[in-house]
Ligand binder design. Structure first.
Ligand SMILES: *Cc1c(COP(=O)(O)O)cnc(C)c1O
Length: 499
């Protein structure tokens, strides 16, 4: 059975196959690609228990990428999930304070973005071959810190691709910036932008949808694509670990097969949690998806009040990858809760771009009952890190701490519920040593990044992952290039058209 994709903003509902949607990234009408229907899993939940991560990835992704052959898809998966992860489980589940923590930070850049971005380049080059694309693919990406590094790592020296990354100049952690500035690969380019993530993301979308520029690119044998979670090649690999978490919960006898669990997801651009929503619609027994925000709590208000309002102060927090006021992937959810009504989706998105604000009717808000939304401020995040440390000596990163805190709020609200919660752990604490040490009241929090790393190691007794070892041994650092957000297009043109 073949599954096709359409744009959330296309009233004519034109469709294209998965490989084409992966190559394009964003639809030219500004909308996001969604499958014409959400596939149901075609295996029994009990079979899950026998699947390796790779086998499960194949079983899930073949339902979405139906124009890839079995051997193509298996090869992509095999190349993506191997020795580049520091555990053969890829996404192990640990337990602290009776909750599961799904550890998604065992890849090369120690954040959950690796799960999708180690696979995306393989999907994209396979899709290019399939579509007989002779053009070089130019990946444009805005990053709140983790996507940039993970995308560059995935695409570094991949033939037929170039990748250009923009990050907010004061909006990423010291380690995140060091990781990006030490990236190898002649086809990788990186700029710090004078503005926050939303500014960078809006401009990237504008550049991607600039017809004149696209034409100029085509004449020079280039084609744009995106590595942000707006790309279906990035979104659906994230569905896999929801199933994998469930299978580990059963195997570790935390639940019986078929009973429901909750997931608490630290949320920014709404890609990760949307993948959970797809997993649920595909047939995974998920009770609630807990949408956990930091102080930039625009989504908390949306779920609780039915109002999305980005006209509010923007905070730089200890969980920078969630410092986002315009969550791109929410557009896909809006499309679904409006019963796939394209005009309604366009209207909301037009209000957002004109007024920075929209609201949904109370009937539509009722269909959001699969979600619970709350946030943790900076102090609550820091306290959660120290609370877990006091319980069993393990250290979680600030993003994970936000989700961990929200899981507690949920439990307080529903004290009688016996449904277990899995907290999606999105980054290694070594990526944010200073913020973590603040939570642990360690004076090294005020030292430079590298001293803080050592202090964190002394506390956690966890070896440095290879991403950190590499950072400590790297000397070939690039100079930080800061540009104004209005010069992003110029920067792209300079890279592509300077001969
Ligand atoms: C990107 C990121 C998030 C947020 O994920 P979204 O898909 O953007 O909602 C949370 N935590 C970490 C560590 C991240 O890198």
């Amino acid at each position: 059975m073949s599954l096709l994709y359409r744009s959330t903003r296309d009233l004519k509902a034109n469709t294209i196959p998965a490989s084409e949607a992966i190559l394009k990234g964003l639809s030219s009408d500004g909308g996001l690609y969604v499958p014409t229907s959400i596939p149901k899993i075609d295996f029994d939940l009990s079979e899950l228990l026998d699947f390796s991560y790779q086998e499960l990835a194949f079983r899930v992704l073949r339902l979405f990428y139906t124009d890839f052959s079995e051997s193509e898809l298996r090869k992509c998966i095999e190349n993506a999930y191997g020795d580049n992860f520091d555990t053969s489980l890829i996404a192990p589940l640990s337990f602290h304070d009776n909750n599961g923590y799904l550890e998604l930070f065992h890849g090369p850049t120690i954040a959950f973005k690796d799960i999708a971005l180690q696979l995306l380049p393989h999907l994209m080059t396979t899709a290019a071959k399939k579509n007989k694309l002779q053009k070089e693919i130019v990946i444009l990406t805005a990053t709140s810190g983790d996507t940039g590094k993970a995308a560059m790592d995935g695409f570094a020296d991949v033939e037929g691709t170039k990748i250009i990354v923009f990050y907010p100049k004061d909006g990423v952690s010291f380690i995140q910036e060091q990781q990006m500035l030490t990236q190898k690969g002649k086809n990788t380019f990186i700029y710090a932008v004078d503005g926050n993530f939303d500014v960078a993301q809006t401009n990237v979308k504008r550049i991607l949808n600039n017809d004149k520029l696209s034409q100029k690119l085509a004449n020079d044998n280039y084609q744009f694509s995106s590595a942000n979670s707006i790309n279906i090649g990035r979104l659906f690999p994230q569905v896999v670990y929801y199933f994998y978490a469930y299978s580990q919960m059963v195997k570790q006898q935390k639940i019986s097969l078929g009973s429901a669990i909750n997931f608490s997801v630290p949320t920014g651009n709404f890609g990760d949690i949307l993948a959970g929503y797809y997993a649920q619609k595909m047939g995974l027994p998920i009770n609630k998806l807990l949408c956990a925000s930091n102080k930039n709590n625009v989504l908390t208000e949306f779920f609780n009040e039915g109002i999305y309002d980005k006209n509010r102060p923007f905070y730089v927090t200890s969980s920078p990858s969630m410092d986002i006021l315009v969550s791109s992937n929410l557009e896909r959810l809006l499309f679904y809760i409006n019963n796939e009504d394209v005009q309604a989706t366009i209207d909301l998105m037009t209000q957002l771009s004109n007024n920075g604000k929209y609201s949904i009717s109370s009937e539509i808000k009722d269909s959001l009952s699969d979600f619970f939304a709350a946030f943790a401020d900076e102090e609550q995040t820091a306290n959660e890190i120290s609370r877990i440390y006091k319980i069993d000596g393990s250290i979680i990163d600030p993003h994970t701490a936000v989700a961990s805190y929200v899981a507690r709020l949920y439990k307080e609200k529903y004290p009688d519920s016996t449904i277990p919660t899995v907290i999606v752990s999105t980054a290694s604490p070594y990526k944010f040593p200073q913020s973590v040490l603040i939570g642990l009241h360690d004076s090294a929090a005020f030292e430079t990044g590298f001293t803080a790393l050592q202090a964190l190691k002394n506390k956690s007794h966890v070896e440095f992952p290879s991403a950190i070892e590499q950072l400590l041994s790297k000397h070939n650092k690039r100079a930080k290039k800061v540009i104004s957000s209005s010069d992003m297009k110029k920067a792209v043109e300079k890279i592509l058209f300077t001969k």
